[in-house]
Design a protein around this ligand. Structure first.
Ligand code: AKB
Length: 332
């Protein structure tokens, strides 16, 4: 690429490639660090900036660029985008379903006002913008088995309402201003080296840690509560794929993605193949049970499979084996 000679003092930033310059907001949640690792492999370490308002652990700090970014501070965010010549933004800051119900004003600020800042900055600076949505964007009046991309969306959580808002606003900015908005509706995501925070599907991560540490697990959902779930590697792969898909391949801007769907009972059965002595009790948390009962049981992701070739790698047995090999159940 041609480098203007009067810009030679910028030689570090005018690097030689056409790789995107990436910013990840809310980067210290369940998904950001894994996404940064994947993107850095693809685009180079220094082209991917992880950001959050929290202090990163040493290993995260030293594995690539990290910056303080508060999505509620418009000027701070704009400065980061401008100074770092950001071209792609992954907007992961959000309060999840259960924690959102516990603090609605904060969820509204982060999930809605924060999104408005991100949308305006993305539109103003011509960014490609990824915003994750969720099975939580559906509600009790949506078809639950299966749930298609386009159907009634009347969620009853502030998290769900804010995610439907994000889908609609992103698509509106796309059609109105040409913003390159891309959005996937994630199932519950299961990961070994990062923890979810305050979701309804978190039990499906916690069970692995408890099985290894104590051999006991108390589940806050009823044994037959079926929800769509996905291993983190599949989720991150889908995210990169939809961002790299040529615009003409995308017949929509918000897609369901799916891999598997299980109940606590079915997960326990699979976990007990690895930890047969696991003892299980159920103590239902009414808030999270009501949320789960209003969410999809199975996700229809045929549009993603058709348009940009989405294909999951992990089913339930594969997921459980992978989690235990990561968490080192054999070394107990
Ligand atoms: C939650 O449980 O709130 C999240 C989600 C499914 O969006 N994991």
């Amino acid at each position: 690429r041609q480098v203007a000679s009067d810009a030679s003092f910028h030689s570090v930033s005018f690097s030689n490639s056409d790789h995107p310059r990436v910013l990840i907001t809310g980067g210290l949640g369940q998904l950001g660090v894994g996404l940064a690792k994947l993107l850095r492999k693809r685009f180079g370490k220094n082209n991917v900036i992880l950001s959050d308002i929290r202090k990163p652990a040493d290993n995260v700090f030293y594995s690539g660029p990290f910056i303080y970014a508060d999505i509620l501070d418009y000027k701070n965010l704009r400065e980061i985008v401008v100074n770092n010549r950001i071209t792609w933004l992954f907007h992961y800051s959000a309060l999840l379903s259960a924690v959102g119900e516990a603090n609605v004003p904060l969820a509204r600020a982060v999930n809605i006002t924060g999104l408005h800042n991100v949308l305006d900055i993305a539109a103003e600076h011509n960014l490609r913008l990824f915003v994750p949505s969720t099975i939580g964007a559906f509600g009790p009046t949506s078809p639950r088995n299966p749930t298609p991309d386009l159907c009634i969306q009347r969620p009853r959580t502030i998290y769900g309402v804010s995610k439907v808002h994000a889908e609609l606003m992103g698509e509106y900015y796309h059609y109105r201003y040409g913003l390159d908005f891309r959005c996937l509706r994630y199932p519950g995501i299961i990961s070994a080296d990062s923890q979810p925070g305050g979701g309804t599907t978190d039990y499906a991560v916690q069970i692995f840690h408890d099985a290894i540490k104590t051999g006991k697990f108390q589940c806050y959902l009823k044994p037959d509560t079926r929800l769509p779930m996905m291993y983190i590697d599949d989720c991150l792969k889908a995210t990169l794929e939809v961002m790299e898909a040529p615009a003409e391949a995308l017949s929509m801007r918000t897609y369901n993605i799916s891999a598997m769907s299980f109940t606590p009972e079915e997960l326990v059965q699979e976990v007990q193949k690895h930890v047969p002595e696991l003892q299980l009790t159920y103590k239902v948390d009414e808030t999270r049970q009501a949320i789960a009962d209003s969410w999809p049981m199975n996700f229809d992701d045929r549009n993603a499979r058709r348009d940009w070739g989405w294909k999951h790698d992990y089913d339930l047995p594969e997921l459980v084996t992978t989690m235990f090999s990561f968490l080192g159940s054999d070394s107990r």
